[in-house]
Design a protein. Sequence first.
Length: 205
Amino acid sequence: MSKRHCCIRILVVVVAILTSGAVPAGAAPQQSDQSVADLTAKCDQKDAVACTYVAALYEVGSFVKKDLGRAAALYGQACDLGNAPGCLVLAELFQDGKGVPKDASKATALYQKACDGGTGEGCSRLGVIYLKGLGGVSKDQSKAVALFQQACDKGDSPMGCHNLGYCIENGIGVPKDKKKGVEFFVKGCRLARSTGLDVEQACKP
């Protein structure tokens, strides 16, 4: 994983945690060897946010040796403690088979848990699953649109707004409305630029 991708992954986790309300804005820890030790100690004391931060560092190999298995275990610990961003990233790992055996059903359940826990991106990823009928889930375009709307409304998922715009513009699961669809494309792109997340995809014409 490149340095740029490492930074993006950590940014994704930080943005997800901050927008979920788990910690106040500005409370993200600075990265250093000492902060890793401090965060690990807090994680051992069942601090879910600390577990998620440490997991991200193990996932990308920042200040610690890269260990996807350890990262998955820590994301799982965070998720079990109620941290929705931890559930979100763990779902991605199960979906891709990184650090854990590939399991589409577990990924879907974890995306649902992330969505229910307050992360818009969890709702967006779940929406894609229902839109395409992936992982043994029955295809349901109307449910997909509702999930994209939920994701967009939460304010942390540029792709949720983008996917909603796509469905509305093309009449997928909802009446076709090109003008309204474009409005959501624009909203998604603006959100992407403000957070630095998914800019290339969310701002694609």
